[in-house]
Design a protein around this ligand. Sequence first.
Ligand code: SAH
Ligand code: SF4
Length: 411
Amino acid sequence: MALSLDLAGETKRALVPSRAAQPEKPSLIGLTRAEMAEALTASGIVPERQAKMRVQQLWHWLYVRGVSDFGQMFNISKDLRAALARAFTVARPEIGEEQISGDGTRKWLFRFPARGAGRPVEIETVYIPEEGRGTLCISSQVGCTLTCSFCHTGTQKLVRNLTAEEILSQLLAARDRLGDFPDRDTPDGAIVPSEGRKVSNIVMMGMGEPLYNFEAVKKALLIASDGDGLSLSKRRITLSTSGVVPEIARTGEEIGVMLAISLHATNDDLRDLLVPINRKYPLKELMAACRAYPGLSNARRITFEYVMLKDVNDSLDDARALVALLKGIPAKINLIPFNPWPGTNYQCSDWETIERFADYINNAGYASPIRTPRGRDILAACGQLKSESERLKKHERLALEAMMIAGHGEA
Ligand code: SAH
Ligand code: SF4
């Protein structure tokens, strides 16, 4: 993933029993209602007149109850359950590895079998818990076609786009592991309300450029926010893009989630180097698309991500230029301490430089671009953890925390 966290050796590793899906069967996860109805009737298992009702039942089992086995769908007859299980799967990906940091951060390696979309893939998904909420960082592609010069993912070729099933399953599997779905005997009325959930927010900030996999991302996010299913508020879902301008309006109109822009530079010369897609869609076009983003208001702001690179984009002049560039756009600024990786030529800005930059931005009226004082307390606490306590390195913790802020829609 972009914010690659090498937790190895600093975390508890748990090998999780595998419940691998049958590769040859199509999955019902990630289909729209119409697609699911079509799949059920085309299989000959469900008559057309029953399709709508069956989809409704399955939708509830899959997305409200979080069931991953047809055998548990008790209001569906045994014979029908068996027939469905012969034709389809609703299984989770295999969990290759689960790492749990001392501060509760979790990283999973999910393995998806080959299912139509080509070769099997492995994906990392990260969960960051916080007081009263938790953010899941989801991937949209394996690798990336773009080559942002400070991003580790940018050095890896695109392996393939993830399917809607694979994108959505990162959320389902994380909720399984966190105990976020109701127990089998919980009555329907007692199902966890969205406020009490472990995964309260999601950010499309893992591996890949989500707007280069628009249809699959759209399907997965519409299912994640569907009111009769997973019911995650669109205000709590943030899609981050490097600036695929032609897809930005559609993101607002067709998906309706919060938008984050990986800005990182305030002039075309520098942004061409850091985020090369800028050569295709320069700042002027990007800013125009942001100003026109559907539903924008002071309560629904765009988050501008800005990675702090030592002596590259971290001067007070840069801070001034940033404030000038965003003038008139309802915006939040998210300063991300650079997370170094082996082979990179960049360094993270000094902490004092980040604070000076943040202060300038705060004074210009942008709230808490890095951690709030409460967050700093947590950071301090994290820094105080002792030897066996699997703490993250400081820069990793900062990068994670900055990323979480980006994912915090209001409610
Ligand atoms: N491709 C999308 C979403 C994934 S990257 C995008 O570029 O927006 C999520 C965020 O992490 C982006 O803002 C990206 O610029 C940032 N990022 C990538 N590598 C990073 C690194 N090494 N340190 C800090 N932030 C990084
Ligand atoms: Fe990394 Fe750039 Fe791809 Fe985002 S668009 S994942 S920052 S290479």
